[in-house]
Design a protein around this ligand. Structure first.
Ligand code: ADP
Ligand code: MG
Length: 238
């Protein structure tokens, strides 16, 4: 059974189709990257998986559950956004604890989970700081910490590094991969950066204008692109 399964998924905004029949199977523990030019539908696909956007037709499964009509909180996923979306008036610890507090976890459980996530992410000494007192990379780690504490079935990332400078972006790619190797949580990661896709993914899904052009391991796509679009997109510099 796939960890995540998109079956002929479609989405229109009004009369305008933006996702036109997408099939993607993601295995348990896989790090899958959706890549494609701006506007091709990557965020929409991720938001539908998260439950932040309704689907117009088809089926989305997480594990053995069809989640089409489940609210986000019941999907056992955690999403890391591009703009971090940290709460500016809360400390690092409270930012990480917030969703657990909402879910009614005990203080002991929250402290344990926040402590463990902070340890993994190198944030243990920064727990009392506020977001404005952090660097861009540290903020990104807090955003990841908020996802980790929930120990979800699936992590979703939507262009998490695009606000960082080039040097930090390269460092954070490695951190995110290390995190994945450590936790082995199934991950769906969106980027428009083909270098990021080629260096980070177990499996790449190349999207174009609301459809999937090709799915494969980075080297498969590089060696055997299905068409000129994939060849041009994978082969061109970011
Ligand atoms: P990507 O993340 O690949 O850049 P998106 O999924 O954000 O692409 O957008 C895909 C298409 O859907 C674009 O044409 C975009 O303008 C359109 N779109 C996205 N969200 C909405 C919305 N809420 N209402 C109308 N059109 C939207
Ligand atoms: Mg997007």
């Amino acid at each position: 059974m796939a960890a995540v399964d998109f079956v002929d998924v479609r989405k229109s905004f009004g009369a305008f189709p933006v996702i036109k029949g997408v099939n993607i199977e993601i295995e348990d523990g896989e790090f899958v990257i959706l890549v494609g030019p701006s506007g091709c539908g990557k965020s929409t696909l991720l938001r539908m998986l998260a439950g932040l956007e309704n689907i117009s037709a088809g089926e989305i499964r997480i594990g053995d559950r069809v989640v089409n009509s489940l609210p986000p909180k019941d999907r056992d996923i955690a999403m890391v956004f591009q703009n971090y979306a940290l709460y500016p008036h809360m400390t690092v610890a409270d930012n990480m604890a917030f969703s657990l507090m909402l879910a009614g976890s005990s203080k002991a459980d929250i402290d344990k989970r926040v402590g463990a996530a902070a340890e993994i992410l190198g944030l243990s000494k920064l727990l009392d700081r506020y977001p404005r007192q952090l660097s861009g990379g540290q903020r990104q780690r807090v955003a990841m910490g908020r996802a980790i504490v929930r120990d979800p079935q699936v992590f979703l990332f939507d262009e998490p590094l695009s606000n960082l400078d080039a040097k930090l972006r390269v460092a954070m790619r490695a951190e995110i991969k290390e995190l994945h190797q450590r936790l082995k949580t199934t991950t769906v990661y969106v980027t428009h950066d083909q270098i990021e896709a080629m260096t980070m993914a177990d499996k790449i899904v190349v999207m174009h204008d609301g459809i999937v052009e090709q799915i494969g391991a980075p080297l498969d796509l590089y060696d055997n692109p299905a068409n000129l679009f994939v060849a041009g997109f994978i082969g061109s510099p970011a």
